[in-house]
Design a protein around this ligand. Structure first.
Ligand code: NAG
Ligand code: NAG
Length: 530
């Protein structure tokens, strides 16, 4: 709404001061609609617009610098295809898409997951599912208005649609469009969605808000768990939990790295993988990132404490061996793929749950699936974290899925009850020369330039743990390393070699069913400590 400017006395001053608008009140169904040709993929999925407040508080409303921001999102309808009444909503599940920004697909998958649970008390009639849309330039003209004939940025992108650059939203970057005002971090969007639905004057029966994401959405939420504002800072009393399913990388709170940084020495600790150069993130397109910069300025311990204060559910598809690193080298200093990075993160920062009924409980659930968000959501662990936990506001929580250990020699396992338990290997054989299985180790790859073992003892289809141990022992070596059909020997490991989660060495040996490493990873048998 336009308000009258006070008398300013000077025409020069008048030129410098923009007309000020009243503060925008964020709200669902209240955003300024803009033209798009997006589809809904589920009968209960509806496109709506959420009005977003300019977090810089400028309240500008001149046409060349308007703070009218509109977020397109998908919101679920009730079982009769109508909008849920506010007082019917007991739970909000926000689901953030993968890197393709295909919010319509994730929205469909989350509604399907809820319906597949077949629980008559937890349904589309009392759970609202919301998928925010974080578009980029690829979506110009379909997801938001684009005028190719425009001669200025504002003329090219005339609508109030919030648009980001590439997948920068995954790191919380500011919007790049509308070009006239680039002040909205993707994390501000999450904050405002949470604040709106946590308002019990609007939603008197809301009991829990879950912010969930898979793949790039999960990367975004791991970082949001790290630097996102606390409930107290947001003025929110409704419990908020964060579900993180199969991210390609995690934010780290210190600048040490489990794998060599030699091939990535200048950038490995930059935001999004580390905490350096936070304000520069996405700045070329969205301007300086200032979201919760006060926290970043306090350093890694403060960010870790902030992360530990959130309620976080890690979901891990144990057959997900993929990678999505967008050409960055930083993720490889933390592991070779999603699986390895996840366990290296847990090894450094084991999940804690001091009080399941309070903020700050972190859980880990394993699901026997690949990089498959549908199966993650539609699993007992997914149902528990997304829909069931604290459904009635009584702090109830389903047990953790995934125990006992899914892989031997993994240390530490995220079950506090098992903390300090002796590490054992299911391969308890003693091989030639007194060699025993020591786990899975890195070799030359995107991070490591020094080989782990340089002597090839054998290469061929007879390779097995037994065969390789015999070969290296006969040649006088204390260590045998297996990768597929190759058997390496040595008396010490390379200077950059580190042990990784045992399940990183998942290929069967050509000669039998024992495990023989995989690309860039060696199964190690040794008679000396490694
Ligand atoms: C669905 O929403 C409509 C309109 O808001 C409401 O009248 C109806 O009772 C709801 N149906 C159910 C089953 O909740
Ligand atoms: C679904 O979305 C369309 C377009 O935004 C809107 O016109 C319609 O009213 C919505 N339907 C419901 C039931 O909210």
């Amino acid at each position: 709404m336009r308000v009258t400017l006070p008398f300013l006395g000077s025409l020069a001053l008048l030129h410098r001061v923009s007309a000020q608008c009243q503060e925008v009140i964020p709200a669902q169904y209240a955003g300024t609609p803009f033209t798009n040709s997006l589809k809904t993929n589920h009968a209960l999925s509806n496109i709506t617009f959420f009005k977003i407040r300019d977090p810089s508080g400028q309240h500008i409303c001149t046409s060349d610098a308007s703070s009218d921001f509109s977020l397109l999102n998908y919101i679920s309808l009730n079982s009769t295809g109508k909008r849920l009444q506010n007082n019917e909503i007991k739970r909000l599940v926000i689901v953030v898409s993968g890197a393709q920004a295909d919010a319509w697909a994730y929205h469909k998958d989350m509604i399907n997951a809820l319906q597949a649970m077949k629980d008559s008390s937890i349904t589309t009639d009392n759970v609202a599912i919301l998928a925010p849309y974080f578009p980029n330039d690829n979506h110009a003209g379909t997801g938001f208005p684009y005028n190719s004939a425009g001669t200025t940025p504002n003329a090219k992108y005339p609508s109030p649609a919030l648009v980001w650059y590439g997948s920068d939203w995954g790191g919380g970057a500011n919007n790049q469009y509308p070009p006239r005002l680039k002040t909205v971090s993707a994390y501000d969007v999450l904050d405002q969605l949470i604040q709106y639905y946590a308002n019990t004057a609007i939603f008197p029966n809301i009991k829990q808000i879950v912010v969930s994401g898979h793949s790039m959405g999960a990367q975004m939420l791991h970082r949001y768990a790290a630097v996102g504002k606390t409930r107290a800072q947001l003025g929110v009393t409704v419990p908020v939990s964060i579900y993180i399913g199969n991210p390609s990388s995690e934010t780290r709170f210190t600048s040490d790295r489990p794998l060599s940084t030699g091939k990535c020495s200048s950038t490995f600790n930059d935001w999004r993988e580390g905490l350096d150069k936070y304000s520069a993130y996405g700045a070329a397109h969205g301007g300086e990132l200032t979201y919760n910069a006060e926290l970043i300025a306090q350093g890694g311990d403060a960010v870790l404490a902030n992360y530990r204060g959130k309620t976080v559910a890690h979901g891990r598809g144990i057959l997900d061996r993929g990678d999505y690193s967008e050409g960055l080298c930083a993720p490889y200093t933390t592991g070779k793929d999603r699986h390895e990075r996840f366990f290296k993160f847990l090894e450094k920062w084991p999940p804690l749950c001091p009080d399941p009924a309070a903020d700050g409980c972190h859980t880990v659930d394993f699901v026997s699936t690949t990089h498959n968000n549908k199966e993650m959501f539609t699993s007992p662990a997914g149902w528990a974290r997304l829909f069931r936990d604290n459904f009635n506001g009584d702090n109830s929580k389903a047990y953790d899925f995934g125990y006992p250990r899914h892989s031997e020699v993994d240390d530490p396992y995220p079950d506090p009850a098992q903390a300090g338990a002796p590490l054992t290997s299911t391969d308890t054989n003693t091989y030639a020369g007194g060699k025993t299985h020591r786990g899975c180790f890195t070799d030359v790859d995107n991070a490591q330039s020094v080989a782990t073992l340089t002597v090839v003892g054998y290469s061929g289809n007879l390779n097995t743990r037994t065969y390789c141990a015999n070969t290296c022992t006969q040649k006088g070596y204390t260590i045998a390393g297996l990768r597929d059909s190759t058997c390496y020997c040595g008396n010490s490991l390379g200077s950059q070699t580190v042990r990784v989660v045992t399940s990183s060495c998942y290929n069967k040996c050509p000669g039998d069913s024992s495990l023989c490493g995989t690309t860039n990873r060696l199964s190690i048998l040794s008679s000396v400590d490694v």
